[in-house]
Write a protein that binds this ligand. Structure first.
Ligand code: HEM
Length: 208
């Protein structure tokens, strides 16, 4: 049953994920222009892109434990999901810079005034080399170093979760749920794998 599901999942082409990934910001833009995003469409777009970027990164973190504990294998989606999340976060940054703050000097003033922006930027800076090396050529070129480099995803997602908590006004439980899930998913990776003991044959008693 699981094997059949995995074969089906593996057959889903990555371009379909990229297409779906591109459809969401396009829909947001359309909704923004046609009054579907409420009274402050820029803020709504900024929030929606940040949230979706974080959600996809959490989904990326989920792939390994999902495979380990349920045998459902979504590894073939991991790279595309990571790239889509990065794309959303770049758009999140652009909406903030170009549509929200608009004036360059104000961008700097906002960065200094709001430490959560520095945390968000740190997360994006970590994600940048990961997105740039998410291709077959880089995997070949970097060899085993590629895996080490891509472990930085954990820190980027953690910073994303912290950025989310820092930017809320007043108390909201939702950002804490995100951070809790991120911490649990990271902790699951630290669980030691059960070592498979070699099956020892029962010793034959020598007939006396
Ligand atoms: C590139 C640097 C970043 C900047 C300049 C930035 C800026 C912002 C701003 C201005 C807000 C809205 C704050 C408000 O309305 O008061 C926000 C919210 C948010 N950002 Fe970022 N951010 C950045 C990176 C990130 C990253 C890397 C992530 C995720 C990994 C992220 C996820 C979020 C989330 C989830 C929210 C809240 C959305 C909601 O309330 O629905 N941001 N960010």
């Amino acid at each position: 049953m699981i094997d059949r599901l995995n074969t089906l999942l593996r057959k889903l082409p990555n371009w379909l994920l990229y297409l779906l990934g591109a459809a969401y910001p396009a829909w947001l833009l359309y909704a923004g222009f046609t009054g579907g995003l409420g009274v402050d469409p820029v803020k709504a777009m900024e929030h929606a892109l940040g949230k979706a970027g974080l959600q996809i990164l959490v989904a990326v973190l989920l792939i390994t434990p999902l495979r380990r504990f349920t045998k459902i294998n979504l590894l073939s989606w991991r790279r595309a999901l990571g790239v889509i999340a990065f794309f959303y976060i770049v758009l999140h940054l652009l909406v903030w810079m170009v549509l929200d703050v608009q004036i360059l000097s104000q961008v700097w003033a906002d960065i200094v005034k709001r430490p959560y922006i520095i945390v968000g930027m740190a997360s994006l800076v970590i994600l940048l080399p990961l997105a740039l090396t998410s291709n077959n050529w880089s995997i070949r070129k970097l060899g085993p170093r590629w895996r080490v480099l891509h472990k930085a995803t954990y820190l980027a997602v953690l910073l994303g979760g912290i950025h989310y908590i820092m930017q809320v006004k007043g108390f909201q439980y939702e950002p804490y749920v995100y951070l809790g899930v991120i911490i649990i998913l990271l902790a699951l990776r630290r669980l030691p794998k059960r070592s498979k003991k070699p099956i020892t044959k029962p010793r034959m008693r020598r007939a006396t």
